[in-house]
Design a protein around this ligand. Structure first.
Ligand SMILES: [Zn+2]
Ligand SMILES: [Zn+2]
Length: 445
C-alpha cells in the first residue's frame, strides 16, 4: 500500500526526500522523514530494477520498470535510479512540487533563527513555523489525491527539524509546553519573529506608610494624560506599590512591560506589615531571564525608600498568578484597626465584643464606597478571632483575624446596615475605623 501510492506520487510529481517521506511520517519511529523518503525511493528503484531484469524485453513490465526508474531519477532526484539508466537517465527534475526546496535549507533557517535570538537571554525555546498559503495548499491537495492516512504536516516537520538544528547551535533545549521564548519562521521566508514568553517573579511586599495605593491610579479628570488637577502627572497618587516594584523589575529584565498581580489589596490608607502580602510580577518581552534576585530585592527596597519593601523574591509561573487570586479570596488575614467610638466602652463591653465575634459569620453586602466599581452582592465571611482594648478616650484598638475578602472598615461601622453584625451594633454606639493595618496575610490558611 505504501509502495503503490508512493509509485504513483513520484511518477506524477517532483518530490524531495523529506516531502516524500513525510506522507508516511506517522509510520515507524526514530527516523527522519528525509530518511523515510530515501528508503521508499530506494525500494521503488529496486522494484523498477526487478521489472527491468525479469520482464520480456518488449513487454509491458520492462517498460513500466523503466518508467519508474526514470521518474525516480527525474522527479525524485534519486541518483541510484539514474545510475541504473546510465546515459538514458535524463535530467534531474526541478524543485520539489510541495516545498520548492525549502526543506533542503533547514540549516539556513536554523542559522537565521539563531541569529534572530541573539541578544535574548533564555534557557529553552521553541521554533514555530508559518507555512505560506500556496505551499500548504499543495500539500493538502497531494494528501487528498493519494488518500494519505499516516502523513505529517510540513509545519510539524519544519519546526521540529529546524528546532533540532537551533538546539545544536545554541546548546539549549527545545521546550514544547512552556517555552521561555518562541521564534516563528515564515516558510519559505525570509521572516523571523521572536517573542519572549511572559516571565514571572513572585515575592511578598510590605507597605510601611499610609497613602500609597497598590496599583497605579490614573487621574480621573484627564485619564492619565496629565492635567491641572493632577499637576501634569496623570496620577492621583505620586507613586504606588506597583510602580515601586515593577520599575526595578523592568530595568533588571529589560522587559517591555509589566503587570502586577497582588493576593488581594489593602486600602490606600492601610499599611501592610507582618510577613507581607504575596504578589507576582508578570514581565512581557523580557530580554534577560537570569536575574540576580537578591540584587533586585535590594534595588526595589532602595527605590521604595522605606515606604515599600519586598522579601522572598523567586521565579514563578502563570499558575501561581491564578492560585494567588483564588487563594486571596479565602486566605486568612489579620488586621489592626484603630476605632473611634461614639460612647465610652467599658472593659466588660470589650469582652462582650470579643466573645460575640470570635468564630462569627458576617453577612456583608458590597460596601457603599466600592459599589461604583464592584457588583452588589452578599458575601459570607468568617471572623476567626477578635481582640479589643481601650487605647484612649473613646478610642479602641481591635485586632481581627478573619477570612480574606472581608471589608474590615464596614465590619466596624456597619455601613448603614449593609454589614451584619457589626462592631457599632454590639457596643451600642457609632464606631469608625480611623487607621487600618494589615499585620499578616496567612496564605496557607
Ligand atoms: Zn519538498
Ligand atoms: Zn489629570
Amino acid at each position: 500500500m505504501i509502495l503503490e501510492s508512493a509509485r504513483k506520487m513520484i511518477s506524477k510529481y517532483t518530490l524531495c526526500d523529506s516531502c516524500m517521506g513525510r506522507q508516511y511520517g506517522g509510520l515507524a519511529r526514530g527516523v527522519t522523514n528525509r530518511e523515510r523518503g530515501r528508503a521508499i525511493k530506494l525500494v521503488l528503484a529496486m522494484e523498477g530494477h526487478v521489472e527491468c531484469r525479469k520482464g520480456d524485453p518488449e513487454g509491458e513490465a520492462k517498460a513500466d520498470g523503466e518508467r519508474l526508474l526514470r521518474a525516480l531519477a527525474a522527479n525524485g532526484g534519486f541518483q541510484p535510479a539514474a545510475n541504473l539508466l546510465g546515459s538514458a537517465g535524463g535530467e534531474a527534475g526541478g524543485c520539489c512540487h510541495i516545498c520548492g526546496g525549502t526543506l533542503d535549507r533547514i540549516q539556513d533557517y536554523a542559522e537565521g533563527a539563531a541569529k534572530a535570538l541573539e541578544g535574548y537571554g533564555f534557557n529553552n525555546f521553541l521554533v514555530g513555523v508559518r507555512v505560506a498559503g500556496d505551499m500548504a495548499e499543495r500539500e493538502d491537495a497531494l494528501k487528498t489525491e493519494f488518500a494519505i492516512e499516516f502523513g505529517e504536516s510540513l509545519k510539524m516537520e519544519a519546526s521540529r527539524e529546524i528546532g533540532k538544528e537551533v538546539s545544536k547551535m545554541l546548546k539549549k533545549e527545545v521546550e514544547f509546553d512552556r517555552p521561555e521564548i518562541v521564534v516563528t519562521i515564515e516558510l519559505p521566508g525570509p521572516g523571523f519573529e521572536v517573542r519572549p514568553m511572559p516571565m514571572f517573579i513572585a515575592g511578598r511586599y510590605r507597605k510601611l506608610v499610609r497613602g500609597i495605593p497598590q496599583s497605579k491610579w490614573s487621574c480621573v479628570h484627564c485619564g492619565g494624560k496629565g492635567c491641572e488637577i493632577c499637576h501634569g502627572t496623570g496620577k492621583i497618587y505620586p507613586t504606588s506599590v506597583e510602580e515601586i516594584i515593577t520599575g526595578p523589575v523592568l530595568a533588571a529584565t529589560g522587559g517591555a512591560g509589566a503587570k502586577f498581580h497582588g493576593a488581594g489589596r489593602e486600602d490606600v490608607d492601610a499599611t501592610m506589615g507582618g510577613n507581607g502580602r504575596p504578589f507576582v510580577v508578570e514581565v512581557k518581552g523580557a530580554r534577560t531571564r537570569s536575574v540576580d534576585l537578591a540584587a533586585l530585592e535590594a534595588e526595589i527596597n532602595a527605590s521604595g525608600g522605606g515606604k515599600v519593601e519586598v522579601v522572598d523574591l523567586k521565579y514563578s509561573d502563570k499558575r501561581r498568578v491564578r492560585s494567588l487570586k483564588e487563594r486571596a479570596k479565602v486566605a486568612e488575614k489579620t488586621y489592626r484597626a484603630l476605632v473611634e467610638v461614639g460612647c465610652p466602652v467599658s472593659e466588660e463591653a470589650l469582652r462582650t465584643l470579643e466573645k460575640s465575634f470570635n468564630g462569627g459569620v458576617i453577612n456583608q453586602l458590597t460596601p457603599n464606597r466600592v459599589l461604583h466599581r464592584r457588583a452588589d452582592k452578599l458575601r459570607l465571611k468568617k471572623v476567626h478571632e477578635m481582640m479589643a482594648r481601650a487605647v484612649g478616650d473613646r478610642m479602641i484598638e481591635l485586632v481581627v483575624r478573619c477570612q480574606g475578602g472581608l471589608y474590615v472598615k464596614e465590619l466596624i461601622s456597619g455601613d448603614g446596615g449593609r454589614t451584619k453584625p457589626c462592631v457599632a451594633d454590639v457596643i451600642g454606639c457609632s464606631a469608625r475605623c480611623v487607621e487600618l493595618d494589615v499585620i499578616a496575610v496567612n496564605e496557607g490558611a
